[in-house]
Design a protein around this ligand. Structure first.
Ligand code: ATP
Ligand code: MG
Length: 350
């Protein structure tokens, strides 16, 4: 059950910040504000905030230019400093679980329990065995605190923190529904991170984060052609007026195949260790999903249909407040921010 108004979704990625405000009506989800701004190259490295001032300033600029008044936000944190486990515990009431959760978590988490924030969700109850399956999420307090502090520095009020992969799942559920009799994979390929979430029978069964993405492709172009990074990036995105050197397509293709190979290793690991059925479809988002040879490479290796999925597909857009040109350009990058924008001020645990 959810109450209150939607929070503003804030996704602080390593290449850019994405901000979305969604208003829910009985019939639709309306995108009423949207902001996007690039970040300087070293502001966020490996999910760590290296230049807090730059990030806080960029956030303030976005609030100003997108004319957002509301200050309550939900923040995304990458899964790198989080641990996500499906565990089975004895059947207990919600109150008992609330009391027991720290102890249960301690058995499964390789960090000191004092350094992590623990969250959980009951996935399934098995009354016949007096057991229940729990999704346990433990995120290091450091990263959460850093991001929350950044938001406060930008005069925002962080209310909710969510792991990127789950924000995407929430949005996908709204958009397509979670299939109850199939196994599908949601893959978000950003600049430095690729997140993978395999959903079996409507429940997240496996998540993984791979430290690779579109930035690595641009770096390869930069290195092999001996040109500045910005030019390599422009060549990759086809965002240049002049001619593009013929080698670029080849470099993009082979680096994309490298990412696809890493994805395939995770899919293989999942298939080898889980009892869930074969993956029937893969959905790809993120800025790097704009590269056609990437989804082709994933399809070739995984041998299942791959669909590039547009995060904005289910939304109506307030065209008086949202710049449709910028939105069209950035739509593939918005899965995390939109998923976060679905969160509400007050949520009651199911
Ligand atoms: N038209 C395009 N063609 C190819 N690549 C693109 C295009 N537009 C954006 N990208 C790439 O998408 C990436 C940015 O995507 P995204 O915004 O999803 O990443 P991020 O959230 O900032 O980073 P991360 O989540 O990895 O920290 C960059 O590597 C960028 O070069
Ligand atoms: Mg991202």
């Amino acid at each position: 059950m959810r109450e209150g108004k939607n929070l503003i979704g804030v996704d602080i990625g390593s290449s850019s910040i994405k901000v979305c405000q969604v208003r829910e009506t009985r019939k639709s989800y309306n995108l009423v504000a949207f902001g996007y701004a690039a970040l300087p190259p070293q502001a966020i490295v490996d999910g760590q905030v290296m230049d807090g001032n730059a990030v806080a300033e960029t956030l303030q600029q976005i609030w100003h230019s997108a004319k957002i008044r509301q200050r309550e936000v939900s923040l995304g944190v990458s899964g790198q400093s989080a641990i996500i486990r499906k565990i089975t515990i004895p059947m207990m009431t919600a109150e008992e679980l609330e009391e027991q959760i720290q102890w249960e978590a301690e058995q499964h988490i390789p960090f000191d329990i004092k350094d992590v924030h623990v969250d959980y969700q009951v996935l399934r109850r098995h009354p016949e065995q007096s057991q229940m399956d729990l999704l346990l999420v433990a995120a290091k307090r450091d990263q959460i605190n850093d991001y929350a502090q950044l938001a406060r520095d930008a005069r925002l009020k962080p209310i909710v923190c969510d792991i990127d992969a789950f924000s995407i799942q929430n949005l996908f559920e709204l958009s397509r529904g979670l299939p109850h009799d199939q196994t599908v994979a949601l893959i978000n390929v950003g600049a430095n991170l690729t997140s993978l979430n395999i959903i079996a029978n409507g429940i997240s069964a496996f998540t993984r984060e791979i430290a690779n993405g579109g930035h690595g492709i641009s770096e390869q172009i930069q290195k092999q052609l001996g040109i500045p990074f910005d030019l390599a990036e422009a060549y990759k995105c086809g965002a240049t007026d002049g001619p593009i050197p013929p080698q670029v397509a080849q470099i993009v293709e082979s680096s994309s195949d490298g990412i696809a190979a890493e994805i395939q290793r995770s899919l293989d690991f999942f298939m080898a260790t889980s009892g869930d059925g074969e993956i029937s479809r893969i959905y790809v988002t993120g800025g790097t999903s704009k590269i056609p040879s990437l989804s082709q490479a994933i399809e070739r290796r995984a041998r299942v249909p791959v669909e590039v999925w547009a995060p904005t597909e289910k939304l109506t857009i307030d065209s008086k407040k949202v710049d449709l040109g910028v939105l069209g350009l950035r739509a593939p990058q918005l899965a995390v921010a939109l998923g976060l924008a679905l969160r509400k001020e007050k949520e009651v645990r199911a």
